[in-house]
Write a protein that binds this ligand. Sequence first.
Ligand code: ATP
Ligand code: PH2
Length: 872
Amino acid sequence: MVSFTDGAQWPSEKPRLQPVHLTLTIAHDITKTAETDDLSHSIDYSSICKTLVDVCSNQNYLCLESLRDHILLETFHRHPEIQDVTIQITRSRALLHPASTQLVVTKTREDVGDHEYLTIQDLECRAIVGINQCEREEGQLVAFQLTLQRSPISTVPFSFRSLAQQIISSVSQSAFLTLEALAYSVAKIALEFSAGSCEHVTVRASKPSALVCAEAAEVEITRSLKNGSVVLRLPIASGPSSKSHLTSGIGISGASGSSLERTPNIPIAKRTASHSLSEAVDNIMATSSKPSLGPATTDDPIQKDNDALSTLSQLASDLSLEEPSDYHRVALAIGSNMGDRFSNVELALRLFETDGIHFHRLAEDGFVHVINTSFLYETEPMYVTKQPKFINCACIVETNLSALQLLTLLKRVETIVGRVTTYRNGPRAIDLDILTFDKEVIDTRPLGERTLDNLEGHLVVPHPRLTEREFVLRPLNDMVPDFILPNTGKTIRELFTSLLSTQGPDPQVTHKVVPFPRYPLTRNSPELDSFLAKIPQVTPPPPTATYWKFPLCPTTATRSQRKTYIMGTLNATPDSFSDGSVNNNIPAALSYARSAVAGGADIIDIGGYSTRPGAVYVPPEEELSRVVPIVQAIRTLGQYQVADQHSHLDISVEAQARRVLMSIDTFRWEVAEEAIHAGANCINDVYAFSGPEDLRGESNEQEDHFQKMRQVARDLAVPVILMHSRGEASANKDYSAYNYAADVTGKGAVVEGIKVELGRKIDAIVRGKGGLRRWYVIIDPGIGFSKTVEGNLEVLRNATSITDDKPSGSTAPRNPLAGFPLLIGASRKSFLGGILELSDPAGRTLEGAQSQERGVGPLQRRWLVLYNRTLL
Ligand SMILES: Nc1ncnc2c1ncn2[C@@H]1O[C@H](COP(=O)(O)OP(=O)(O)OP(=O)(O)O)[C@@H](O)[C@H]1O
Ligand SMILES: Nc1nc2c(c(=O)[nH]1)N=C(CO)CN2
C-alpha cells in the first residue's frame, strides 16, 4: 500500500493509502551463481523486496512519477549489484473508470532512461459502434487499453484522470461503424492530450459484448504524431481469452523495455493525407481517362487507401472478394419526392445507362448497365417527416467505372434530373446512392473522422445508413435477398427482417406502386426538353398519368386498404368469344368506355385479335386498324364537344372516360407501339413476349420478337401484363402434364407450373442488360389458358401463392414470381360456364361462381385482383 496525495478513485486533498502492484525485472548475469550455487554472486530478492516496502511505506507520494524516482534511487543506492532494472508500477483502483493506471520504465545505473510507458488499462464506457441495427440503437460497452510512450522520462505528473475523462466524453458521443475508427479517434485524443511529451500511442479497443462465441472483438492500432500508421492485430478474437494473450504481449516481461515493439505489426494502411471527393475526382480526371481497375498498381493515394481499407475489412469480416473481373456489380438506391417522381426515376436510369456525352472526361469507354431492378415503393419520408412522400427503388448495375467515378456520375445525373440543394434529408427530385460495390468496403474519410455527419465529399460503401432504411432494404430484398452485406455477415433478407421486427406493426405506410405513363406524349418542361435535345441517345421518359397502389401485406390489409382495380374488356374484333362484333365500331366502343368508367373500371383493355380457340389469323395492318382509331377516339372523347346542358351526357363521365387508362391487348410490338402513341398506357400480352407458335419454329425470329417487345415496353415505359399460357393461345391446348411438385393429393402442380414456366419468361424480361423495370410487370396466371377446369379452379383457390415469397428460413429457391401484382381474368370464360351451367357468356361471372360456392375460394386477399369483367 502506498500513500498518494493525488487522490485515489476520487480526487482528494488528503493523502490516501492505496494498493500498488510493483514488478521489478533485473537484468543480471546469473551464470556464476548457477555454477557455484553461491548467492553472493547474485541478487538477493528478499532484500530488494524490503527496499521496496520501505520506499512505499516511508512517505506520501504526489504521483506515480515520484514513486518511480524513489524506487530507482533506493534500488541503485542500496543494491550496488544491480546495473539495469525495469520497473512496472500498477495502481489499481486509481481512477473511477479504468481498472488501473500503470507506468513502466527501464533504466541502467549510468543512463537516465530515454523513454517510459504510461498505460490506462480497461477504460470502460458506453458507445454506439458497429453496423448492426441494435448496436446503433442500444449502444454497448467498449473497453480500451492505451499505452503512451513518453520520451524522455519526465517528472511531470501525467494526468491519467483528465485523459480518461476526455476519452469517455468523446467516445460516448461518437457513432462509428467500425472499431478501427473508434480506436483511431481515441489514439488521436491521447496524442493531442499529451502533445509534446508522447509521440506514440497504442490503443486496443474491444467490444466485449459483440460476439457470442468469443470473449471480445478487438483491434489494436499504433499511431504516432508523425504518421498515422495503423496496425491491426487479432481483429476478432475467438476461442480462449484474447485479453490475457494480448496483455501478456504488452506487459513487462523482459528487461529491454521494448516489449511494445514485439507486438505483431501488420501494416494495413498508411494515410498520408485526407482527401475530399472533389480532389479525388479532379485527380481521376487529371490523371486518367481509364477507370482504375484491378489491384492497387496506381499511385493514387485514395485508390491505395481504398484497397488497404478493403483489405482491412476483408480480414475483419472474413469476406473474400470474388475473382477480379473487368466490371463491377453495384447496388444503387434511388429516391424522389419532388416533381414527377416516376419520370425522374426513369430519366435517371436512362441517363446513366447512356454511354456518351456525360461520360465525357470521366472514363472514355465507361459503361453502366442496369441488370436488375426492384419493385417501386411509395414511402413515408424518414428523418424529416414533413415533406412529400418518396418513391423509392433500387437497381443493380454492372459498370467498369471505379466507385469514385460512379459516384461522380451519379452526382451529375442528379443535377441533370433537377436536384437542387435543399436542407439535409429534405425534398429532392432525385437521390442516387451507392449501396454496395462488389463486396468491397470503402471509406474515403480520414480515420478518426468517420462519423455519420461527415459524409459530404466522401464515399462510404456499403452505404452507412443502409441497414436502418426500410426504403432501401425492401427493394434490395426484391433482387438480392441472399447477398451477404460486407461487414455484417448477414444477408439482406436477415437485415430486412430484423429491421421490420424492430419497427412496430404498421406495414401500411409503404405501398408497392405501378406507374402508368400519359400518352399521347405532351412536351416536357422547355428546359428539360432543350437539355435532353443535347443528348440524342436519351429518349425522355413519358410523364406520369397516374399510379396504382398495393398494400405490402395483402393478408393483413383491411378491405379499404386493399383496393381492387377493375379492368373492363373491349374487344374490337368481329369474332371475340364474349362480345365479338358488339364493340368493333367507334360509337359502340365509346359507349362501352363511358359505361365502363361509370361502372367503376380503372382500365379498359382493348384487343383487335381474338385469343378465342380457333380464331382466324389477323394481319398486323388489320389489327392496327381495329384498335388504334378506338384508342384515339376514347382519348379525345368529348374534347371537341361544346358542353350542352341539355345533353343527356354526363360531362364528368365523359371527362373520366377520356382519361381512363387503356391497355392494348396484343402480342405485336408494332401494334403496341402505335396504340400507345395514340393514347394507350399499358401492354397486355397473352404470350408474355414469346409470340405465337408460328414464331417459335425459328429461334432467331422468336428472339428478335422478344427483344423488340421488351424494347418497346422499356422505351415507352409502360406497365405490361404478362400471362401464362402454353403453345398457341388461340388453340388454347396442352392441358397436359404439369409435372411439377404436387402435394400428396396431386394438387399444387398447376400453380407450381405457372411459377416455373411464367417465371422463366419474367426473369428473361426483367433481368440483364436492356431488361424491363420490374415495377412495370403485372402477371396473369392465364385462367382458361392451357388448363383444365380443375386446374383453373386450383389457380383461383391458390392465387395468393402464385406470387408468394418463400417463407423466411426456407432453403427452397425463390419464387420467380414473388411479389408481382396479379391480374385475374376469369369472367365469361368457358370453365365458369361449365360450373354455372350457363351457355351465355354474359352471365358467367366470378362472383356468380363464388356465390354458388362451387369451389372458387374468396379472392380478396391478393396483392391485386383485376377482374376481367365486362361492365355493361
Ligand atoms: N455510398 C454513398 N453513396 C452516395 N453518396 C455518398 C456515399 N457515401 C458518401 N456519400 C456522400 O454523401 C454526400 C451526401 O449525399 P446526398 O446529397 O445524396 O445525401 P442525402 O441524400 O442527404 O443523404 P443520403 O445519401 O444518406 O440519402 C455526398 O456528397 C457523397 O459524397
Ligand atoms: N422514405 C424516404 N425517406 C427519405 C429518403 C428516401 O429516399 N425515402 N431519403 C432521404 C435522404 O436521402 C431522407 N428520407
